[in-house]
Design a protein around this ligand. Structure first.
Ligand SMILES: C[S@@+](CC[C@H](N)C(=O)[O-])C[C@H]1O[C@@H](n2cnc3c(N)ncnc32)[C@H](O)[C@@H]1O
Length: 498
């Protein structure tokens, strides 16, 4: 099997499992696409849309009712998503649904504490923060909790708090905010879900509920947990994989989640099959169909190899294109080797081929939507600012120093990237009739698509993959990265020579 970009693959599994890999990567038939999405629509009670398949533009989403401008078209649950590593310093969110958790006080105190650490820490600490921010962030929280002063009497109005020249807040005040020993005014109006901890004891992942904790554990995290319950050699291997991803491209974390998801689903299907037919001692001959079944949600996503489909960056000369793509492939191979050390499973060996890994990452490249969740901290400070005068003056005695210390960063939202099974079926148009848009009530990472103008029954739902205000040539250049030339009504009208 070719490794893409014209040279043979460095991964022996590509050759060993070439037949199974070809089956895993073959485009699903129109019938299986229909069955899969009909079922998905049914379970998600999504009665207003349908997915059709055509040879010209693949899957496409159609309205089966009229939508008014601004009406919700689709709320789509995440198949797999991750918060950007750098964003973990700014926002503490549920690792499964990406809702903000804890309290306003914790969000503010934690962020300022980490900011302070990043600014004033010694070199070693700064390096560990940039190389491994996830770990550093959670360790820090843990340390604060262990060493906190338990009487809770930290006067927020003390001179050290208000007179600080460089806007920094004393550590004991931050500890009190983090530990819940200090309350800010009006935060009861912005209550956040309490924190649930990882059952594997890793302190890296936090949740908003028992349900999210269990779903993440069952779907992804039980294979990727670095907690005390994981065997030490495995834990070291997982940590090495994460460290490499954090230092290179956090899209590898998402790919690892897809592989974990497929393995865990495969195991579940196998357990069910054993129960159904307990007399059978061995299941070998039926294992691959089970792997195919487990892989089905991923098989539906539009895919190309990552190093073949990624756009050539502006600073890479076209004469260096082949070597650029080869470097990407080698980077993916290094990441895959580390992941293999951590979670390889014999029965799911084809999933650890470079061919599959490259296609999973390529699927994100062509389909992913930015994951964005607005910060409740921003809403909180806006609320304080909107208070009538006496209440505002009183509240700001406590909140203003915090706001000043946070600076422009006070309103950073949760940011990441996610693959959404239904939204990812939406094709592009430069005059789209729908758009991704979070409303005030959307507090988690689900994809929200609303009508950008009235949509009639039977119309295809389209969104824009790019900034549609750009001129024709620039739009076409950007869309070439997605592998197509746009022929929407606007492009046909603006096409030179038409
Ligand atoms: C997010 S997917 C959209 C769903 C896709 N049609 C499918 O079958 O899965 C993006 C891919 O769909 C195709 N696509 C999207 N919009 C298109 C358009 N206006 N014309 C042609 N192909 C399009 C391109 O191949 C693009 O890389």
């Amino acid at each position: 099997m070719e490794g893409g970009s014209g040279s043979s693959s460095p991964c022996p599994l590509d050759k060993e499992f070439s037949d199974q890999i070809a089956v895993l990567l073959s485009p699903p038939s129109p019938e299986s696409i229909k069955d899969y999405y009909d079922e998905l629509m049914k379970t998600r009670k999504c009665n207003n849309l349908k997915i059709n398949f055509s040879n010209s533009s693949g899957k496409a989403v159609y309205a089966i009712k009229e939508f008014e401008e601004g009406e919700l078209v689709l709320k789509d649950q995440i198949l797999v998503a991750a918060q950007h590593i750098s964003n973990k310093v700014d926002c503490l969110v549920c690792s499964y649904c990406f809702r903000f958790i804890g309290s306003i006080e914790l969000q503010i105190g934690r962020k300022l504490y980490l900011q302070e650490l990043g600014l004033s820490a010694n070199k070693e600490c700064k390096e560990s923060l940039s190389r491994f921010p996830e770990k550093a962030c959670t360790r820090v929280l843990d340390d604060i909790k262990k060493h906190s002063v338990s009487n809770g009497s930290h006067g927020i109005g003390s001179s050290t708090y208000t007179n600080s020249k460089d806007n920094s807040i004393p550590t004991e005040v931050l500890q009190s905010l983090i530990n819940g020993n200090m309350s800010l005014p009006y935060t009861n109006l912005f209550a956040l879900p309490s924190i649930f901890y990882c059952p594997g004891g890793c302190k890296e992942e936090h949740y908003c509920s028992k349900l999210c904790t269990d779903l993440d554990w069952e779907s992804f995290h039980s294979l990727l947990c670095t907690g005390r319950n994981t065997e030490p050699s495995k834990r070291d291997a997982i940590l090495k994989f994460i460290e490499h991803s954090n230092g290179t491209n956090d899209i590898f974390i998402l790919a690892a989640k897809v592989i974990s998801y497929t393995i865990l689903k495969f195991r579940k299907l196998k357990r069910l099959r054993f129960k159904e037919n307990e007399k059978r001692a061995k299941l070998d001959e039926t294992d691959f169909p089970l792997l195919l079944e487990a892989w089905k949600p991923v098989s539906m996503g539009f895919k190309k190899r990552w190093w073949d489909c990624i756009a050539l960056p502006d600073d890479v000369d076209s004469s260096d294109e082949a070597s650029f793509r080869m470097q990407l492939r080698d980077l993916a191979f290094t990441s895959l080797q580390l992941l293999k050390e951590a979670i390889f499973e014999d029965e799911c060996a084809p999933l650890f081929s470079l061919e599959i890994y490259g296609h999973i990452i390529g699927m994100f490249e062509l389909n992913n939507l930015d994951l964005v969740v607005a910060s409740p901290v921003e809403d909180y400070f806006i609320h304080i600012d909107d208070l009538p005068s006496p209440e505002k003056v009183e509240a700001e005695k406590l909140t203003r120093p915090l706001l000043e210390s946070l600076g422009d960063e006070y309103s950073v939202c949760c940011q990441g990237t996610g693959f959404y099974p239904l939204q990812s079926c939406m094709n592009h148009s430069c005059c789209p009739n729908a758009k991704a848009f979070k409303r005030d009530e959307d507090k988690d990472g689900q994809a929200i698509i609303i009508a950008a103008r009235p949509i009639v029954e039977g119309e295809e739902i389209t969104i824009s993959y790019i900034d549609e205000d750009l001129p024709y040539d620039e739009r076409q250049t950007l869309l070439a990265d997605y592998g197509f030339r746009c022929m929407c009504p606007r492009c046909l009208e603006e096409m030179p020579g038409m």
